[in-house]
Design a protein around this ligand. Structure first.
Ligand SMILES: [Zn+2]
Length: 383
């Protein structure tokens, strides 16, 4: 019964939302009768274009450029990899951007998903694009989509396909977890933050434990849709921003917990990552991006600039639970966080990923257990 409702809900939601918001594609769903839905729901986790898919199956979007790994029906984790695509498309999708790949976020994210499944028995949902982000960037804001991709182009169809499948995954999750504390969408990215004057600073190597000098900044940016300057405000002020963040739904579910504690308290994702040795912003060690002319430079007026920090793009804003702002999310219990990872210590090579993926997996499971009332086992860091 629950699943039959889910299918009807998915169909109607997509029909209503996609044409109005940002997708011109024809949804791959038909509105099913409850009887037919009940019959089909015996066949898998989700239906797409008339076929049913089990957890672990791949749903292919437009020309196989977009892929959705189907999660278990009750898994509370959805992972996004929008920026590690390498293909130009056939025919070639024109270059419409110049920002580079988030290299190795795909193997990093799949490693996290595999470790999560090994501990919990549940396959997370994973959405990804195989197309070079300079040709199709799923993080493009709807207001820019027509200008950037046109209406019926290869780029536009790929963009629409990504959002169709992400919406499908998120909708099934939200429906199946409606009577629980919910789950989380984590959009995985990579940055290349450097110190302002190409100077090097030491960080502790995840491999050797020794100090290594680098021009790159070893930190993971956790994006909640709030500006770095907002994170820099006092807790009492920051607490009033909950409804503008991509975890507004999680904040509402914990009315006795201050919002600032969700961002930088001992059980914030940043603090849980720091406990694993992953430097995070915001967290309990770096509560907000600080200003420092020597390390981060100055602006044209000579004022010190702040620590580089990415606060979240369209994907995490749209598919999270922000209630207020230019881009709002959904009124449910599937919140979103964007994670921007460094190359050093997180994703530069397979040896690093084999280690960092355990650290991220451990923090994510702890986060779900603490804030979402799960009781998943969480294997120890093996190195
Ligand atoms: Zn990115």
């Amino acid at each position: 019964m629950k699943k039959s409702l889910q299918v009807v809900f998915v169909g109607s939601l997509l029909c209503l939302m996609i044409p109005i918001t940002f997708c011109t594609c024809t949804p791959g769903y038909a509105l099913l009768s409850e009887e037919k839905a009940a019959r089909l729901s015996q066949s898998g986790v989700v239906e797409y274009n008339g076929a049913w898919y089990q957890a672990g199956d791949t749903i292919y979007g437009y020309k196989n450029y977009v892929k959705l790994i189907v999660g278990d029906a009750n898994v509370p984790l959805l992972l996004g990899i929008p920026h590690d695509g390498m293909f130009e498309g056939n025919p070639v999708i024109p270059l419409t951007g110049n920002t580079g790949r988030d290299i190795n976020t795909k193997p990093l994210t799949f490693a996290i998903a595999d470790l999560f499944k090994a501990d919990t028995g549940l396959q997370p949902w994973v959405i990804l694009s195989e197309i070079d982000r300079r040709r199709m960037d799923a993080n493009t804001y709807p207001k820019d989509v027509d200008t950037r991709y046109g209406i019926a182009s290869e780029g536009r169809k790929t963009y629409d396909s990504y959002h169709e499948l992400l919406l499908l995954a998120r909708t099934v999750m939200a429906t199946n977890l409606a009577n629980t504390m919910g789950g989380i969408f984590i959009d995985m990215h990579g940055h290349a933050h450097r110190y302002a004057h190409e100077q090097e600073e030491a960080y502790t190597s995840i491999i050797s434990g020794k100090q290594i000098l680098s021009r790159y900044i070893d930190q993971s940016d956790l994006g909640y849709g709030l500006l770095g300057t907002e994170l820099g405000e006092e807790n009492a002020q920051l607490d009033s921003y909950a409804d503008r963040s991509t975890i507004a739904g999680l904040a509402s579910a914990h009315p006795t917990v201050s919002f600032s504690a969700l961002l930088r308290g001992p059980y914030s994702l940043g603090a849980l990552l720091e406990a694993e040795g992953v430097t995070s912003v915001p967290g309990s060690v770096i509560p907000a991006p600080e200003f420092d002319a020597d390390r981060f430079g100055t602006n044209a007026a000579g004022t010190p600039k702040s620590r580089p920090y990415f606060n979240g793009g369209f994907l995490s804003r749209r598919y999270g639970t922000a209630k207020i702002g230019t881009t709002t999310g959904f009124a449910d219990n599937i919140s979103a966080i964007q994670i921007e990872t460094p190359g050093i210590n997180v994703r530069n090579n397979t040896t690093i990923i084999a280690r960092s993926s355990h650290k991220f997996k451990r923090a994510i499971i702890q986060y779900l257990n603490h804030w979402y009332n799960y009781n998943f086992p969480n294997s120890v860091y093996p190195y």
